[in-house]
Design a protein around this ligand. Sequence first.
Ligand SMILES: Cc1cc2nc3c(=O)[nH]c(=O)nc-3n(C[C@H](O)[C@H](O)[C@H](O)COP(=O)(O)OP(=O)(O)OC[C@H]3O[C@@H](n4cnc5c(N)ncnc54)[C@H](O)[C@@H]3O)c2cc1C
Length: 443
Amino acid sequence: MKTIIVGGDAAGMSAASKLKRLKQDSEIVVYEKGNYLSYASCGLPYYVADGTMEQRGLIQRTKQEFETAGIRPVLRHEVRQVIPEQKKITVKNLITGEIFDDSFDKLLIATGAHPVVPSLPGTELEGVHTLKTIDDAVALKNRLMPDNVRNIAVIGGGYIGVEVAEALAQTGRSIRIIQRPDVLIKNFDPEISSFAYRELERLGVEIKTGERLQAILGTSRVEAVVTDRGTYAADVVLLALGVAPSTEFIKDSGIELAENGAVIIDREMRTSLPDVYSAGDCAEVYHMVRMENAYIPLATTANKCGRIAGENLAGGHVSFAGTLGSAAIKVGKLELARTGLSESEARRLGLDVKTVLVKASDLPHYYPGASPLRIKLNYESGTRRILGAQGAGEKGVVLRIDIFAAAIANRMSADELGMLDLCYAPPFSTPWDAVHIATNAAK
Ligand SMILES: Cc1cc2nc3c(=O)[nH]c(=O)nc-3n(C[C@H](O)[C@H](O)[C@H](O)COP(=O)(O)OP(=O)(O)OC[C@H]3O[C@@H](n4cnc5c(N)ncnc54)[C@H](O)[C@@H]3O)c2cc1C
């Protein structure tokens, strides 16, 4: 039984490892077009801004380690076409230019996503970057090295744009985030994302919301960015406008794709074609609260779906419980986290959503180091089922939002969570924890 995996990062290598553990005798070939396997994209913003962080620390497992485990990764090879009826793929060796075919019994598409680059003048200029791979991070880090790099324009205020702006703000340069939506990190409700906004401003980041990028100016190197509201000097531009599924090469293969190009899969990671599976950022994923597929490209999901794909490639029938879109971000001294549905998502889905926003303390006020935190709870009117929760504060926010994630996954109501027996001692929490306070405020 030969399995080919296309894409060698979180989803692909989780699948390869699980499949090998379950079926020692299976032949597994992984084609990866880049230079690395199993790398920590999530660490890249911090690697770029931190002079002490080592590149090799971003690699979770090397090619040699996978080979020792009996998996055959083939780097710098791009899969150009999938011909499912012949169980064949076409591959290009990116070093020699050679093109060849390979055949499979089972196939996993785990090609992830790539940064969106707008069709605007100037995006090809030296000094314009995206951040997705280790090579991107090294290029951006090198670009930022000279002392005369002062003005950095970050286009897009989503997770990656904010993480990079936040990390670079600590380096004393002038950072400007420019984005079209009126709010930053729009997966959060504005009551919570506004904390990120204020914290970034405190760090000296200039934020221009409601502005549309029109062009990037420069002769050979970038010199400025132009929006519909003004022109801003820029020595470096980071395009952080979101990602799109890397599925262009299968668009004529017969594998069913969603409107945005993501592979449509079921909860066992099966595509519309037999023996062809898909997982990670290139695919949709089942959403536990929405009870339908969604496109939520996150490492947590890619790892889990990859592992499930591995089990099912080995002959299993494991079904993914679903994502909640749980995510966290550090902004200066603040933690922000979210899980489940935002208020606007719940309204879009036609749910009768009610909300509460509470201010609590992570520790008793008398205990040294106590700090305030805000929790916003979105719940269903009538059933009082918890639909989503978000929070912001200096400490203990992610921990609490994780509790909400467990509650939502178990379809708990606000009343049930409001009386849940959580740990309490003054160094850790308050007798009525912020979680209780938020859920008990839900009327
Ligand atoms: C800067 C940054 C920060 C992030 N921070 C977080 C975070 O804090 N938390 C979180 O949950 N998620 C985060 N993410 C998202 C997370 O990195 C992704 O969800 C995760 O990497 C997805 O894994 P994947 O294996 O599906 O896809 P990818 O990581 O995109 O890997 C796909 C691989 O397939 C290869 N490939 C593509 N096409 C082909 C082809 N045709 N032939 C051969 N190989 C191909 C690519 O080179 C790539 O290596 C972050 C992402 C970035 C870029």
